[in-house]
Design a binder for this molecule. Structure first.
Ligand code: HEM
Length: 205
């Protein structure tokens, strides 16, 4: 996210910063414990059980934190940054993609500089909408289904509903992990490598 004005813009209100830090810590905890559950050594059951307990608690906390994000975006102006204007969107996405793959290395100006009305560039917008309104809700719902198997579909086409739920949960967990790696990398494309990280801490871009 590049900026070409010198005026600091207050773009990350305190509630979004608190949500974000908690969300990041919980996602990291869920990824580590999730991997440790998936690749558990069947002979070391204590470690497996501890990972399951931590994973379940972190999952519940992430869900509560997600509700805060959802309601916050519904009732504050932060939600407007997540509304994608469909007209001309793909052209804008292509321009941003070209900037990230070519322009950045030629030190070209950002095609969509940050303004009070537009905090995210088209690529950030689609990835934040995708992760926050599709992937995270799916990981939460499939996690709930695994925590309370009685609420999942009993069986479909001869395969247990729990197997589908598990597959969906694994897929979404993988997507969150992928998002996180790409997200942190792209956050280094600021005015300096650390300026975006400072913004999500002090609120000012
Ligand atoms: C170590 C973990 C993480 C770091 C260092 C990090 C870093 C950042 C930074 C620097 C920003 C501000 C730049 C921008 O707005 O693009 C940001 C915003 C954002 N991050 Fe992260 N992030 C992390 C984890 C996550 C995770 C796990 C998610 C979601 C699953 C996430 C979702 C978002 C969203 C939606 C925003 C925009 C918030 C808003 O202003 O409305 N981040 N992150």
């Amino acid at each position: 996210m590049e900026d070409h004005t010198n005026e600091p813009l207050y773009l990350y209100p305190i509630w979004i910063r608190l949500w974000h830090v908690l969300n990041a810590l919980l996602c990291l905890t869920l990824i580590v414990t999730g991997l440790s559950i998936q690749f558990a050594n069947p002979t070391i059951t204590v470690r497996f059980n501890v990972a399951v307990v931590i994973h379940n608690i972190a999952g519940v906390l992430l869900s509560i934190n997600y509700i805060i994000f959802f309601i916050g975006n519904l009732f504050t102006k932060n939600g407007a940054y997540y509304v994608i204007e469909v007209k001309g969107y793909f052209k804008r996405l292509k321009t941003q993609f070209h900037h990230y793959t070519v322009g950045v290395f030629r030190k070209e100006k950002a095609p969509f500089p940050v303004t009070p009305d537009s905090k995210f560039n088209p690529l950030q917008q689609i990835s934040y909408v995708g992760v926050m309104y599709i992937i995270i809700p799916l990981v939460i719902l499939s996690g709930l289904g695994l925590l309370y198997p009685e609420i999942t579909v009993h069986s479909l086409l001869g395969i247990s509903g729990l197997d589908y739920t598990d597959l969906l949960h694994l897929f979404c967990g993988f997507m969150v992990t992928l998002f996180l790696c790409i997200h942190v990398y792209f956050c280094t494309f600021g005015k300096t490598a650390i300026s975006n990280f400072k913004s999500i801490v002090n609120g000012y871009h």
